[in-house]
Design a binder for this molecule. Sequence first.
Ligand SMILES: Nc1nc2c(c(=O)[nH]1)N[C@H]1C(S)=C(S)[C@@H](COP(=O)(O)O)O[C@H]1N2
Ligand SMILES: [Mo]
Length: 287
Amino acid sequence: TMDEIRRLPSVSRIHFLECGGNSGGEWGARTAPDAQRACGLASCSVWTGVSLSLLLSEVGVKAESSWMIAEGADACRMQRSVPLTNDLDEALLAYGQNGEPLRPEQGFPLRLLTPGWEGNIQVKWLERLHVTNQPHMTRDETSKYSDLMPDGKARIFTLVLEAKSIVTFPSGGQTLPGPGLYELTGLAWSGKGLIERVEVTLDGGSTWQDAQLQQPRLRKAFTRFRLPWRWDGKPAAIASRATDESGYMQPTREELIAARGTNSGYHFNGIKVWKVAADGSVTNADT
Ligand SMILES: Nc1nc2c(c(=O)[nH]1)N[C@H]1C(S)=C(S)[C@@H](COP(=O)(O)O)O[C@H]1N2
Ligand SMILES: [Mo]
């Protein structure tokens, strides 16, 4: 029961949550008018709950168990198979978000939180955890949230979200009132841990310069970056690229498409370009 879960020692930590389908539109023509519609299926919150590893050891889960099926109480009884790897050291059964109980939309009274993994596996309205030795190959890990490659094979259980970033100012739908000094800013995150570096281009990727990272940087959390920018009033193509503590650098959209093709709409983390026109209007790359 919830009372039994709430009496256990708790932890609070800040983590992002991103849908595996976030910015799926960027695989095709980039026409989403603004940051929300181009890349908005992501958030960052203070989460409070019980460590998953504590719960599993309290209930006596055997060391050789390798999978856990998480099932929600919603009408579809959403199910995901969760591999019990070391990457789950930070996983929580969360009942609090931003200092208040989970809201109904976010899974009240309890959800699974697996920081750094795609949002879909973070089952809301959690009702059952079934420990087992194999995945159940449920709908949301086979026909959904898998990556169909150009050769017809699919990558599955691609859970860890790779480094990604987006410029939020200036971004689509905004207008710069005129030439002069601005603060260019945005967000970067990685499912592998800390953001080490964010670079910004103002000329569509020909040259890059380092942005400042807001401190403290936290693991698997949004990191704000900033760069003073004196706009000369000429057209510009701006973008950011993030590098995480594993050394992985966010690829260009072209590199991503060369590696994975365009069969799948999931797990897009390519560099996001915004166009600034001479009149100061900001639009998506293909509009
Ligand atoms: N039970 C249940 N859990 C669920 C879902 C769902 O439909 N049912 N949607 C998933 C998806 S696709 C995502 S991206 C995240 C979104 O979490 P949020 O609503 O807190 O942003 O919840 C996941 N957990
Ligand atoms: Mo999602």
